[in-house]
Design a protein around this ligand. Structure first.
Ligand SMILES: Nc1ncnc2c1ncn2[C@@H]1O[C@H](COP(=O)(O)OP(=O)(O)OP(=O)(O)O)[C@@H](O)[C@H]1O
Ligand SMILES: [Mg+2]
Length: 302
């Protein structure tokens, strides 16, 4: 039994034994996660801890996320990537057992404080999930759903009731968003068709277009291509790189090559909910400081 404890990477003892230079990861991590970049951070996270009941899922996470770039979050299953992502627009609030402690500043504004307008926050910090989840409505109505809900666009019954018909603006919005998501050419002649009839890859681009339609500044993506074939995946990857010209993208992926291809910086989380290293993507993949990170990205564990 004691042997098993020593080789089980999930134990604290094993974590300490697996470091490069004999010091514990705990001491070195401070330096490895200090990522310096030009410009203001879009997000500044400090001492973030998350629990689900008694389960401590994220430990003292501190990191700054630069704007208009792609930040990849990688690490083995259960290390807290989705949990971290959800903290950036307070989606964890929806999970009853979740408790969050620490600070997340979005453009220098603390989001974990009373009075934060969550609707506004989630409008500015949009998200796309692992499995595409189009609404069972037309392609057009999927795209305009958010702006209609927020009262920015009135069509149909609402237009008749309010005397304001925004059908032209809806058309413009639908076209712009679908073009941004590189889907327009494939669907422009069938905007009235039900979105559930699209292929998986098209549905995922539709969900990205829907997220873009509310005019966000940040797009959070949790394994957006994991359910897609290689061709659809490559379209999503190209799209993410293009989006980073105008948006801040934070993307969780299990696919190392994908992280290496599309991201500017990479944060590596490891078992137990620790951020172990955060740096330029090239540095992480070519010359990481942490032996555990090197082992993880070369496939030795995780
Ligand atoms: N809704 C929840 N209720 C209780 N525990 C949760 C919940 N969501 C996550 N956890 C726990 O928190 C830890 C981190 O989970 P999380 O989903 O953030 O990991 P992950 O890195 O995204 O994993 P994966 O790569 O498998 O998606 C895990 O131990 C998980 O069991
Ligand atoms: Mg996850």
């Amino acid at each position: 039994m004691s042997n098993m404890t020593q080789t089980n990477p999930e134990t604290e003892e094993a974590n300490e034994q697996m470091t490069v230079v004999g010091e514990s990861d705990e001491e070195l991590r401070e330096e490895w996660i200090q990522y310096e970049f030009e410009g203001e951070p879009k997000f500044s996270v400090r001492d973030l801890n998350v629990w689900y009941g008694d389960d401590h899922a994220l430990h003292d996470i501190s990191m700054d996320i630069p704007e208009k770039s792609v930040t990849a979050l990688i690490g083995p299953s259960g290390c807290g990537k989705s949990t971290f992502l959800r903290c950036l627009n307070r989606m964890n609030d929806r999970i009853k057992s979740a408790r969050v402690d620490g600070s997340v500043k979005f453009e220098n504004q603390e989001i974990y404080q009373d009075g934060t307008d969550l609707v506004e926050l989630r409008k500015r910090v949009g998200q796309v999930f692992q499995s595409p989840n189009p609404f069972p409505k037309s392609i057009r109505k999927n795209i305009s759903y958010g702006p209609r809900k927020h009262g920015d666009i009135n069509t149909g019954l609402l237009a008749r009731l309010t005397g304001r018909d925004d059908s032209d603006r809806e058309d413009e919005l639908v076209e712009r968003s679908l073009k941004q998501a590189a889907l327009w050419d494939e669907v422009s002649d069938r905007l009235g068709d039900n979105a559930t009839g699209l292929s998986g890859g098209q549905q995922q681009r539709l969900c990205i277009a829907r997220a873009l339609a509310t005019d966000p500044e940040v797009i959070l993506m949790d394994e957006p291509a994991s359910a897609l074939d290689p061709v659809a995946t490559s379209k999503i990857e190209d799209l993410i790189v293009d989006l980073a010209e105008d948006y801040t993208v934070v993307v969780v992926t299990h696919n190392m090559q994908q992280a290496a291809r599309i991201s500017d910086q990479t944060a590596v989380f490891l078992t137990g909910g620790y951020l172990v290293e955060y740096d330029d993507t090239d540095k992480i993949f070519e010359n990481p400081e942490s032996q555990r990170v090197e082992d993880y990205i070369t496939g030795k564990f995780g």
